[in-house]
Design a protein around this ligand. Structure first.
Ligand SMILES: Nc1nc2c(ncn2[C@@H]2O[C@H](COP(=O)(O)OP(=O)(O)OP(=O)(O)O)[C@@H](O)[C@H]2O)c(=O)[nH]1
Ligand SMILES: [Mg+2]
Length: 448
């Protein structure tokens, strides 16, 4: 994963939170300290880290807990929101014919990023073409040509021609009929007068819709100053941060540009044209925090899981069928890797430490249960009582699983059914609903 060190430290911090018995000042302070350390190591600006920590603490301890929400989830949500708020904004990219000029310092990744952009637009059904206007670095023409050839993208260039503006003018005629025109320009080791002048000249003839500044993530928070300098010089419409895969300073680069006017358009996460994605702060942070889709997860924990997923009413009446169990497994699968869900779930499960091997076995077991259930009839799934020895034999044949696996599934189903029945007898609706949502999965693990 990109920025996995930062991700790991943040996830460890959140795990403490999720595993805590209750949320109090001590827990919040400890978690915030961990988050601070993680962000500072990732080169996020100290001031930014401090003001964010203060907001997390204030909100976690003072904000009124929305009705029915688990305090742990509330704090997780606060951390998530505050993390999103310190990241740069996402730039809008329209899927229509457009001209894009690439600028940036030497070696920042402009040329490589062009091939990534071509692939991005190709996949969106738009035809890209490229002009190589880097007349500064020897070999620049050939590098771009090779990348474009791989993607079957036409490239206009003039080897050994020194006049970049001339190349651009002639190039624009040559690739006139293409929808997305991308222009590569030369990099320099610093933003000097001659680079600014060349950018201005190309800018003047090209009048591009987008001017993308390409920056290497390894510069960390210096990305802020660089973005500002380029923006002041020619006006940037979007930023592309590259090489997020190769540095621990990515957090610094991503957060530093949030101060500048230019939003982040894309991020580069590797050397091939596929290692590229639109920058989306929400998705990015939720992945970084290891939450898969944190929103879905929190909603689930908050109790708003969709009725199709688990029919709580039915379960409350004591009719918990194999179909319900199946839906529950499906719902779990939809939510992403088991491990992430476990880390997120409050109470019991969050504290249950299962090894990767155990988790893998559990997942395989659940997958196998699904295969077995696929070989059952609707009647059998709705009324598992009727599954006798001959039916077991048939289901085993149909699913290609040993009969003992079918028996084990039925046994597991019975355990859960009994648990539901007991709950609906003793407890009120709320606790049963909670059980239906979380507790049942607890059983999955305890029984295995
Ligand atoms: N790991 C990794 N490497 C990248 C990424 N983007 C670019 N690179 C590498 O960075 C190096 C420089 O990339 P270029 O695309 O040539 O950079 P440039 O800005 O065009 O360089 P100049 O034309 O010399 O200014 C190459 O070795 C690329 O493979 C990325 O997202 N991840
Ligand atoms: Mg280049």
């Amino acid at each position: 994963m990109v920025m996995d060190k930062l991700g790991e430290s943040l996830q460890n911090a959140l795990r403490k939170l999720v595993g805590a018995n209750r949320i109090d000042e001590n827990v919040v302070n400890e978690v915030v300290r961990d988050i601070q350390r993680a962000l500072l190591t990732s080169d996020v600006n100290v001031q930014l880290v401090m003001s964010m920590s203060k907001r997390i603490k204030d909100r976690a301890l003072k904000e009124e807990l929305p009705k029915g929400r688990d305090p742990r989830d509330h704090v997780v949500k606060i951390v998530y929101e505050e993390m999103v708020s310190i990241m740069g904004k996402s730039a809008e990219i329209q899927l229509k014919p457009q001209t894009i000029m690439m600028v940036g310092l030497q070696g920042s990744g402009k040329t490589t990023t062009i091939s990534k952009l071509c692939r991005y637009f190709q996949k969106k059904g738009l035809k890209p073409a490229v002009i190589g206007a880097d007349n500064f670095r020897p070999g620049a023409y050939q590098q771009l040509k090779t990348l474009c050839d791989k993607l079957n993208v036409p490239m206009y260039g003039e080897e050994n021609e020194k006049d970049a503006v001339g190349i651009v003018t002639r190039g624009m005629k040559s690739i006139e009929k293409y929808e997305v025109k991308i222009i590569d320009t030369a990099g320099r080791h610093a933003l000097e007068a001659d680079l600014i002048e060349e950018m201005e000249n190309i800018n003047a003839v090209l009048k591009p819709d987008h001017k993308f500044l390409v920056m290497d993530a390894a510069i960390g928070q210096l990305a802020g100053q660089q973005a500002k300098a380029f923006n002041d010089a020619i006006g940037i419409t979007g930023i592309i941060i590259t090489k997020l895969d190769g540095t621990a300073k990515g957090g610094g680069a991503l957060s530093a540009v949030s101060e500048t006017k230019a939003p982040i358009a894309f991020i580069g996460t590797g050397e091939t044209s596929a290692d590229f994605e639109r920058f989306d702060p929400d998705g990015f942070i939720s992945r970084l925090l290891g939450m898969g889709d944190i929103k879905a997860l929190i909603e689930r924990v908050e109790g708003s899981i969709s009725p199709e997923d688990v029919d709580v009413d039915k379960i409350m009446k004591g009719r918990f069928t194999l179909n319900d169990m199946y839906s529950q497994m499906e719902a779990m699968n939809k939510m992403g890797p088991l491990k992430q869900i476990m880390q997120m779930l409050p109470g019991g499960l969050g504290g249950l430490k299962l090894s990767d091997k155990q988790l893998e076995e559990t997942k395989q077991r659940m997958d196998s249960y699904k295969v077995i259930m696929d070989s059952m009839t609707e009647n059998e799934k709705n009324d598992p009582k009727i599954i006798n020895a001959s039916r077991i034999a048939r289901i085993s044949m149909g699913s290609g699983r040993p009969q003992e696996d079918v028996r084990e599934l039925l046994k597991y189903y019975k355990t859960m059914q009994t648990a539901f029945k007991t709950m609906s007898g003793k407890a009120g609706g709320r606790s049963l609903q909670k059980f239906a949502r979380k507790g049942a999965m607890n059983d999955v693990f305890k029984n295995m």
